[in-house]
Design a protein around this ligand. Structure first.
Ligand code: BES
Ligand code: MN
Ligand code: ZN
Length: 464
């Protein structure tokens, strides 16, 4: 993805991409010559927004690409993505008519992503050559983080187990000079992570908790917690096949916080970063946890199990309790937590929850500015009563049976495990693009982390 953007000075010759509108097409073609006009006519290219046409260019240029935009500019900030998939391999650059070349380049590169781990090496690719007006260093850092998140999600569970996921975290941190520990199997019990152990113990692949830090000890503390369920069968409350088929993506929260951690470390932001990820498989076996079980938790609350398919909030409960013990400046968790979030807002608009009004406002503003859409939903306290249990401190699901407010009640459950930290925000992401869109190839998806990188960069910059 990063390779799809290069400096203009690094390519000997590149084909210009010229923005046209339906109204301006004739004039542009007049400047290009008769064969370009004939070519457009033969291909029925009218300059309609988001369509493109390769035409013979002026003599010294060889060819040119005409790209349809609206009178007001690009039809979508990432509209150029269509070119990243559609053009023949080769080098291109943006000619006149693109108001925000940085945004356009980002859209191109985000769309150029392909999951290649299991494919034979591809040949020549399409590259967009950019000028000095594009901050290639920062875009490269963002693209690396997005690529990491997508690759981790797309990798199937047979090659991305609890051990492999924890190793990815260890490798990312050691490559950037960070360090940490991984607590494995029964050590989770002695170290007091009972819910992580209970959810993960039925798998032949032992559960674990990765806990890594990076940066100066006295810098502001930012902690990221991600749901790392490498596959979610639902456990004894087994999912039907149609609901299980995509569940390799249930470590999408972990993948996204790792993508964000990569951005923060590579940009060397002046923070003390911590990443905590419970890495488990929610599997079926004779020793699986059951509906009706009562689990102890790190926090000390007893938790009645209503449904073993609501496993994410359990492993996150213990991980958040650990994070909360040192009262970080900012605590972010990301999780593919509920189907209800997707029902409420669809796959492309993850809800987030926080009691910190200023943080909420900043996220909403930044989400729009970074074309990384997010929508605030409330931690609506009256629904806390849905989690009442008669025989334990709390139930982890809404047992009143009506299926109301599934994403909100999951967020409320998590809130029980965060006591000291004022700035805590929870993202209930989908982590997947079902059908290709501008800047979003189908498959594993980064959600919210470009926005969060911008937010963290702005809040914690050295110059403030
Ligand atoms: N990983 C799922 C949530 C999920 C499902 C996210 C589909 C995205 C797409 C989670 O572990 C789960 O199964 N949640 C249950 C909770 C229910 C049993 C209370 C759900 O949402 O149905
Ligand atoms: Mn589940
Ligand atoms: Zn799950």
């Amino acid at each position: 993805m990063r390779e799809s953007l290069v400096r203009k000075s690094d390519v000997s010759r590149s084909t210009p991409i010229i923005a046209v509108t339906e109204a301006s097409l004739t004039e542009t073609l007049a400047g290009l010559g008769e064969s370009a006009a004939a070519w457009c006519e033969a291909n029925d290219f009218t300059g309609k927004a988001s369509t493109f046409q390769l035409v013979p260019g002026l003599k010294e240029e060889g060819a040119a690409v005409l790209f349809g935009v609206e009178d007001t500019g690009l039809p979508h900030p990432f509209a150029l993505g269509g070119l990243a998939k559609g053009l023949p391999a080769g080098d291109y650059h943006l000619a006149d008519g693109f108001p925000d070349p940085e945004q356009a380049a980002l859209g191109f590169a985000l769309s150029a992503y392909k999951f290649e781990r299991y494919l034979s090496p591809a040949g020549k690719t399409r590259r967009l050559a950019v000028g000095g007006d594009v901050d290639l260093d920062r875009i490269g850092i963002v693209l690396d983080g997005v690529q990491l998140a997508r690759d981790l999600i797309n990798t199937p569970a047979n090659d991305m187990g609890p051990e492999e996921l924890a190793s990815e975290i260890e490798e990312l941190f050691s490559a950037n000079g960070g360090s940490g520990r991984i607590i494995v199997g029964d050590d989770l019990l002695t170290e007091n992570f009972p819910m992580v152990h209970a959810v993960g113990r039925a798998s032949a692949r032992a559960p674990r908790l990765a806990d890594f830090t990076w940066g100066a000890e006295d810098a502001p503390k930012i902690t990221l917690v991600g749901k790392g369920v490498i596959f979610d069968t639902g456990g004894l409350n087994l999912k039907p096949g149609s609901s299980m088929s995509l569940m390799k993506k249930d470590m999408g929260g972990a993948a996204n916080v790792l993508g964000l951690a990569s951005m923060i470390m590579k940009a060397k932001l002046p923070v003390r970063l911590r990443v905590i990820v419970p890495c488990v498989e929610n599997a079926v076996s004779g020793n699986a946890f059951r509906p009706g079980d009562i689990l102890q938790s790190r926090k000390g609350l007893s938790v009645e199990i209503g449904n073993t398919d609501a496993e994410g909030r359990l492993v996150l409960g213990d991980a958040l309790a650990l994070a909360d013990e040192e009262n970080p400046e900012l605590l972010i968790d990301m999780a593919t937590l509920t189907g209800a979030a997707r029902v409420a807002l669809g796959p492309d608009l993850p809800p987030f929850y926080t009691k910190d009004e200023e943080l909420a406002d900043d996220i909403s503003v930044m989400a729009e500015a970074s074309t990384d859409p997010l929508w605030r939903l409330p931690l609506w306290q009256p629904y806390m009563k849905y989690l009442d249990s008669k025989i334990a401190d709390i139930n982890h699901i809404n047992t009143t049976g009506a299926g109301f407010a599934g994403s909100i009640t999951a967020a409320l459950f998590l809130s029980k495990f965060v006591e000291n930290t004022d700035s805590w925000v929870h993202f209930d992401i989908y982590g997947w693009t079902p059908a290709e869109k501008p800047g979003k190839p189908s498959g594993g998806e980064a959600q919210g982390i470009r926005c969060l990188f911008d937010l963290v960069s702005e809040r914690f910059s050295t110059t403030q």
